[in-house]
Design a protein around this ligand. Structure first.
Ligand SMILES: C[S@@+](CC[C@H](N)C(=O)[O-])C[C@H]1O[C@@H](n2cnc3c(N)ncnc32)[C@H](O)[C@@H]1O
Length: 238
């Protein structure tokens, strides 16, 4: 009798979760020094309930967050957080083999950090949508001018949802991130929901180069989801 291989262990991502991390965690997986970003204009794309923008604004960084759900009121987003955090942490607890305790001392510490991110986000969100800090928008088309930002960040949307967004979408999304950046774009992580590197990465980088976008893969001193120890850095050729 032939034996059946068990399916590879991976995170089940039936939808893109409204799930977010703190500025400290962004600083680690994007290798950023927040002090160097003071007075810089920084865009967080697919920001969700991350507290990066709320915390960065308090540190003198001119931060803007963009997400498709930012046309919703605070209480609606609070409900979304409750639902999506419950589902994500259920999976994290059920599949500890998919996680590395390099950047948090335990899965519980990671959970409490991400819950704090959502609380800080929700506290900042309601008053600031009107002032342009939280903007509704979705890749692959962002509502910003060419080169409007010194730095553009995008975490936990590209590559990890490769079954939902095809290769052509990834190319267009990267070109759009590069368009709105007057400096660098940083994208993290470079693996899929199973922790394996995104299969189309080399082809994507060749395609971007034909459009005048230079790319580099950099290792970072961070790993939580297994395989999440690198980022892609994009620069437009001048
Ligand atoms: C897992 S969260 C990541 C939040 C944050 N970047 C972080 O790493 O903590 C993914 C976010 O992507 C948003 N999203 C879904 N489709 C998108 C699209 N086409 N363009 C931009 N954001 C999108 C979702 O609403 C969700 O808030």
């Amino acid at each position: 009798m032939p034996t059946l291989e068990p399916p590879p262990l991976q995170m089940e991502l039936p939808a893109v979760s409204f799930f977010g991390r703190t500025l400290d965690e962004y600083a680690r997986f994007f290798a950023l020094d927040p002090a160097q970003l003071r007075r810089r204009v920084v865009l967080d794309v697919a920001a969700g309930p991350s507290s990066f923008t709320a915390e960065a604004s308090r540190r003198g960084i001119d931060a803007v967050a963009v997400d498709p759900l930012y046309d919703r009121a605070g209480p609606v987003l609070a409900e979304q957080v409750k639902h999506d955090y419950g589902r994500m942490f259920g999976q994290i607890r059920a599949k500890p083999q998919l996680f590395r305790l390099k950047s948090f001392e335990s899965l519980a510490a990671a959970e409490s950090d991400r819950r704090a991110a959502a609380r800080w986000f929700l506290a900042d969100y309601e008053g600031n949508t009107r002032h342009g800090r939280y903007v509704r928008g979705a890749l692959p088309l962002l509502p910003f001018l060419d080169g409007a930002f010194d730095l553009v960040l995008c975490a936990h949307l590209l590559f990890i949802h490769a079954e939902r967004f095809d290769f052509a979408w990834h190319v267009t999304a990267c070109l759009e991130l590069a368009r709105v950046s007057g400096g660098e774009v940083r994208i993290h992580p470079l693996c899929g929901a199973d922790g394996r590197p995104y299969a189309g990465l080399a082809r994507l980088r060749r395609e971007l180069a034909t459009h005048g976008v230079r790319s580099e893969v950099r290792e970072v001193d961070y790993e939580f989801f297994a395989g999440s120890n690198s980022m892609l850095v994009l620069n437009r050729h001048t």
